[in-house]
Design a protein around this ligand. Structure first.
Ligand code: FAD
Length: 587
């Protein structure tokens, strides 16, 4: 059996290696257009930033590894330029010699990935505007940033005094995870960074109020945020020495009319599935623009499989078709295609978009459906909770609070999605939620989950258990809940201590600290619903229980003052020296 695999990175390389492990006799040809196979594109931003110093560290396996270890005919700088499904042949172009040859296949696997979107804006091809997809892209960005490094270091030693040179300015377009990783790494390199994002939030998989916390990390590290604004075009400003303040660099023109100076622009506005070959072969393309495949990664042509960023997949939670360009699904799909080719009955379960991203000291992770996605789909059978548990036992040094939003079905408690942010313990929690979603668990299962615990790592009631307990209290009616968006006109009872109110209080809220509540019940109305507030929702829960058991109508305001703080957007103003300073405004 001859299997040709198009694309030699995540999905393609996984497929090739798995196929060899399952079938020693298969004739496998893996073709890669670029100079490298099996490289770590996920590491590219960190190579730009310098955390991964050597380019060679990004090369997980080489052409030679595939040849020698797996007996796979692996060809780089070789592109599949045509497919003829009727003849079951592909045309290969060797980019070194220019030669075009034809190869026959029994099974063909497409893993061509997704290309960064480069909209046809004026000036898009000016030098200094980069996308980040391949090792040569990262190399080009590093070379561009280093191009006048010698001049710059020279200036520091003219007189023996440290002279100050203007930091280079970067504009990153797009606030998804590649954009954010580039922002962080450019800041690490000492650049002055502006992030421009067309939506009203960064990190689209998150709900906007959780994204506010991410934006705070960026503003704290001096990133200028331009949300709700798109790029209209690029211009090259007047050359150096002409007195222009922009030194011959680029200017990014925004839809709102701003002109942002930049020495480098990184485009990270998303990717588009590479479907040219599939279209050429007459294969079905789905409603989201990706190659349509079944659960076994088979396309509309039974001898052609497709995997990775190029395909549409079913969202595991909503069942809708979706595009989720992530390395984990691409690798699993590559394995599944190989298993199906050798006759096994493997199936892909769908993607739930489990992802994680570091932004300075913060870690942002999400899995499953967001509230905004469910709302877009017209779903109403769901509830959300916010909680802020410690990452590990509070008495053990170094505990940090984690911000969690957990979404579950009201009717049966099934877990639908989770968003977790913080500086410690985030990966452990998001992976627990991700496993629970895939297992079809409910919030009642989370209550009972047995998770590891010792003081440096967690709590006897882990944040994941805690989320289950809070959500189950809501569904069992032990803790009726309301959200900040619906408190207007309600009777607000704040059970925090007076010292906490001095920091921040809610206008019109009556304050009775929790320890005094039982003695002061007479001060509360029996004919109105009482909405209870504290810092994070925990003391408000205790108060709600006291009130309910004393015949009051009461609800806990989810997440308390901490979730209220999500509503505030952090913006920057520049001081006299042009340094960005954070200010908070209510949105
Ligand atoms: P790719 O890995 O892109 O491989 C496709 C290959 O096919 C390319 O090398 C291309 O040259 C080749 N090709 C295309 N057409 C042809 C042709 N006609 N002939 C021959 N070869 C062809 N995901 C995560 O889960 N976590 C992360 O932290 C993360 N970080 C990322 C950071 C960056 C900068 C980038 C770019 C991506 C990141 N991803 C991350 C996404 C992840 O890398 C992709 O989801 C994954 O690589 C997709 O695998 P793939 O095989 O579909 O495509």
């Amino acid at each position: 059996m001859k299997v040709i695999i198009v694309g030699g990175v995540a999905g393609g390389a996984s497929c090739a290696a798995r196929l060899r492990r399952l079938d020693e006799k298969a004739d496998i040809l893996m073709v890669e257009r670029g100079p490298y196979v099996s490289y770590a594109n996920c590491g590219l931003p960190y190579h730009v930033g310098g955390a991964i110093e050597q380019e060679s560290s990004l090369l997980v396996a080489t052409e030679q590894t595939f040849r020698e270890q797996f007996a796979i005919d692996c060809r780089t700088r070789c592109e599949v330029v045509g497919i003829s499904p009727a003849q079951k042949t592909v045309e290969l172009k060797n980019h070194v010699t220019g030669e075009v040859t034809t190869e026959k296949y029994d099974k063909l696997v497409l893993s061509p990935g997704a290309a960064p979107i480069r909209p046809p804006l004026p000036g898009i091809d000016l030098p200094g505007i980069f996308s980040v997809r391949t090792v040569p892209d990262a190399r080009a960005i590093r070379e561009w940033l280093d191009r006048d490094a010698a001049d710059r270091s020279g200036m520091n030693s003219y007189t023996g005094y440290q002279t100050v040179t203007r930091p280079q300015r970067a504009v990153v377009v797009g606030g998804g995870f590649i954009g954010l990783e580039m922002v962080e790494n450019l800041i690490h390199r000492g650049l002055d960074v502006t992030l421009i994002e067309k939506l009203n939030q960064v990190m689209p998989p998150l709900d906007p109020e959780m994204a506010r916390l991410v934006e705070r990390y960026m503003v704290k590290h001096g990133v200028r945020l331009e949300l709700n604004d798109g790029v209209a075009g690029f211009e090259q400003s007047a050359p150096r020495g002409t007195g222009s303040s922009t030194d011959g660099a680029l200017e990014v023109l925004t839809v709102s009319g701003k002109r942002l100076p930049a020495d480098i622009v990184i485009l990270a506005i998303g990717v588009r599935p590479e479907t040219a070959l599939a279209k050429m072969a007459g294969i079905e393309i789905g409603e989201r623009g990706g190659i349509r495949v079944d659960e076994q990664m088979r396309t509309s042509d039974p001898d052609i499989f497709a995997v990775g960023d190029a395909v549409e997949v079913r969202d595991f939670v909503t069942g809708q078709w979706t595009l989720i360009p992530l390395a984990g699904p691409a690798n699993r799909q590559g394995r599944i295609a190989a298993e199906v080719i050798v006759g096994r009955d493997s199936r892909f379960r769908g993607t739930q978009g489990t992802s994680i991203c570091q932004i300075f000291e913060g870690v942002i992770a999400s899995t499953g459906a967001s509230e905004k996605l469910l709302t877009q789909l017209g779903e109403t059978d769901f509830e959300k909770i916010y909680l802020y548990p410690n990452s590990h036992a509070g008495y053990y040094p170094g505990a940090k609070y984690i911000a969690m939003k957990v979404i579950f079905r009201k009717s049966d408690g099934r877990l639908l999605g989770a968003q977790v942010l913080g500086e410690d313990g985030v990966p452990k929690r998001i992976d627990s939620f991700a496993m629970a979603i895939q297992a079809g668990f409910t919030i009642y299962d989370l209550e009972e989950a047995e998770l590891c615990y010792a003081p440096p790592f967690g709590s006897a009631k882990d944040p994941v258990n805690f989320a289950g307990m809070v959500a189950a209290d809501v569904l069992r009616g032990d803790m009726p809940l309301c959200h900040w968006g619906s408190v207007d006109g309600g009777f607000l009872l704040d059970v925090r201590n007076p010292a906490e109110l001095a920091v921040e209080s809610v206008p019109g809220a009556v304050n009775i600290p929790l320890p005094q509540l039982r003695a002061r019940l007479g001060e509360l109305p029996r004919d109105r619903e009482i909405l209870v507030i504290c810092r994070s929702g925990q003391r408000a829960y205790y108060a709600t229980r006291i009130l309910l058991q004393n015949g009051f109508k009461a609800r806990n305001v989810a997440g308390g003052m901490l979730s209220r703080s999500h509503l505030a957007r952090v913006e920057t103003v520049e001081d006299e020296e042009g340094i960005a300073k954070p200010i908070q405004s209510q949105t």
